[in-house]
Ligand binder design. Structure first.
Ligand code: GUN
Length: 304
């Protein structure tokens, strides 16, 4: 039977450690502070951001939620970021993505001071990560590493195959795995003969944003499966394709009209050695690592 890698439990453990670090900083008169900018009303973003602010409160981290209207311009956003860059009380600045189409996202991410870039999206932090220097690493990929390490799944020497090349997950996940001495293959939508590559994976990371894309035939027996995808299933045909016979999900689907599936087909988990469930896997780590990055930024900025 495959082992279920419990993201909820691992995230709770990391958050406990962060709370201890916050207490140690408090003894030195330092309280880490996070500013979160949420533009407009994207329902998924509102849920994520609420959860980020709530977790700050639970761990003793100062947080500020700034909610400009959808009509805000790039220039106004730049002025806002600049004011947060200058405030000593703020250690971390997070601009929740996606931003409205009229706002220049890259220009804004570049405007955040690298030492306050708790998302790890600034090119300076991306470069530091690529070149194996200490850096604020993007939260979701950093969470993938924590899951593997805390579950005693060897990374060094393993063949890690990452499917998806986004700047937020795929690319930094590949860099982190390489820095931990995995042999890394980074695949994407134009990769030829993808299944031949995924079948070679000891660790398969799926971050492509396509429901159930990785099928059982694409997985080697005994591989570890890390599913970064969060996709909503709303049609009966898709539900049956992924979850036919799953009574618990059937009940949820009937009640809510949708259920969540990852980028890995649930049938693929059966052939694995270990896997992260969706929900309750990698997703739980993103906020925990954001908290950890905020505390790290607070320490580093003060030379502690
Ligand atoms: N939107 C979805 N995931 C993320 C994330 O990790 N950080 C930010 N800033 N926005 C996101």
């Amino acid at each position: 039977m495959p082992v279920v890698l419990d993201g909820t439990a691992i995230a709770a453990q990391i958050q406990q450690e962060v709370a201890l670090s916050v207490a140690a900083l408090a003894a030195r008169g330092v309280r880490p502070g996070l500013a979160v900018i949420l533009v407009g009303h994207v329902p998924a973003s509102e849920i994520y951001v609420r959860s980020k602010v709530k977790t700050c409160e639970e761990l003793g981290i100062h947080s500020e939620l700034i909610t400009p209207p959808e009509s805000i311009t790039t220039e106004e956003m730049l002025a806002l970021v600049d004011s947060l860059n200058q405030r000593d009380q703020i250690d971390g600045i997070l601009i929740q993505l996606p931003l409205p189409a009229h706002v220049d996202t890259k220009r804004l991410l570049d405007a955040v001071l690298p030492e306050k870039d708790v998302d790890g999206f600034h090119p300076v932090n991306a470069g530091r990560l690529q070149s194996g220097r200490p850096s604020l690493a993007p939260c979701t990929p950093a969470g993938v590493i924590e899951i593997l390490q805390r579950s005693a799944i060897p990374i060094s020497g393993a063949h890690a195959v990452v499917v998806g090349r986004s700047d937020i997950v795929g690319k930094p996940a590949a860099a982190l795995l390489l820095n931990h001495n995995a042999t890394v293959t980074l695949c994407h939508s134009k990769t030829r003969d993808l299944a031949t590559l995924t079948r070679q994976a000891d660790i398969l990371v799926a971050a492509i944003g396509r429901p159930g894309f990785i099928t059982p035939e694409m997985v080697r027996h005994g591989a570890t499966l890390i599913d970064v995808g969060i996709n909503r299933v709303t049609t009966r045909a898709d539900f049956d394709r992924f979850f036919a016979g799953d009574a618990k999900r059937e009940e949820a689907f009937t009640r809510r009209g949708s259920v969540i599936v990852g980028d890995i087909h649930p049938h693929a988990f059966a052939v694995s050695r270990a896997y992260t469930p969706v929900p309750g896997g990698v997703g739980k780590l993103t906020i925990a690592m954001l908290m950890a990055n905020t505390v790290q930024a607070a320490r580093l900025r003060r030379g502690l």
